[in-house]
Design a binder for this molecule. Structure first.
Ligand code: CTP
Ligand code: MG
Length: 224
């Protein structure tokens, strides 16, 4: 069984609001995607890494840790599909990771891959939700308060049996879905189980400017 990892890095990073694509914004003196590729390459389980890159960045030196680089698509789902299309023939387990979760530790890749190899065809890392979440209608009125103990904030890398994630993406195309919230959601649509393993605090997603402050603090703590 061989494990490949697709790192999607082709988003613009609108909410971060910098000129360059988010994956190429630097923290600790290196682009986010460089940090993500470091972690992927340090995972004992990952044998092959595909990066899905924004236009014009395919040859960037920050991607030297990748085995294969492909261009991105209009949505995250399209970018993942571009990565799936170039997996090596022997990859039967696929991890799909957001470059924006650049500090997810190698142990998280290992844990997710191990859970797929143990027989779960779809695996997501999840952490407890800290905020109370409300369901709100179009008029701004709260319609429900879900029980927080049943909720998880889900991270990446998410891991899949290759046949399952390929089938899930093909079914999404047939339905006309173009922008799935995550890859596991496409597996859920097939009616197949998705298993949750413990996530990691460092696997937070760099989304807004203040997330860069947290990322640089985590890096400084690791270097100390
Ligand atoms: N992504 C991608 N291709 C896209 C959109 C997103 O490869 N067309 C990637 C991003 O590079 C990121 C991951 O999917 O690593 C998660 O997406 P998100 O955090 O939403 O990043 P962006 O879409 O770049 O940010 P924003 O939504 O703020 O524009
Ligand atoms: Mg986005």
């Amino acid at each position: 069984m061989s494990v490949a990892c697709i790192v999607v890095a082709a988003g613009r990073g609108e909410r971060l609001g910098q000129e360059r694509p988010k994956a190429f914004v630097e923290v600790g003196g290196r682009p986010l995607i460089w940090h993500a590729l470091q972690a992927a390459s340090r995972s004992a389980r990952v044998a092959h890494v595909v990066v899905v890159a924004p236009d014009g960045y395919e040859g960037d030196p920050a991607l030297s840790g990748a085995d294969t680089v492909v261009p991105g698509g209009a949505t995250r789902q399209h970018s993942v599909a571009n990565g799936l299309a170039v997996l090596p023939p022997d990859a039967d387990v696929v991890l799909i990771h957001d470059a924006a979760r650049c500090l997810a530790p190698p142990s998280l890749y290992d844990d997710v891959a191990a859970d797929v190899l143990a027989g779960h065809d779809a695996v997501v890392p999840g952490v407890a939700v800290v905020d109370t979440l409300k369901v709100v209608d179009g008029a701004g009125l709260v319609t429900a308060t879900p029980d927080r103990t049943e909720l998880r904030a889900v991270q990446t890398p998410q891991g899949f049996a290759r046949t399952v994630i390929e089938r899930a993406h093909a079914a999404a195309v047939e339905r006309g879905d173009t922008d799935a919230p995550d890859d596991a959601a496409l597996v859920e649509r097939l009616g197949l189980p998705v298993h949750v393993v413990a996530g990691h605090a460092d696997a937070f997603k760099v989304t807004r400017p203040q997330d860069l402050l947290l990322a640089s603090t985590v890096l400084a703590r690791r270097a100390a």
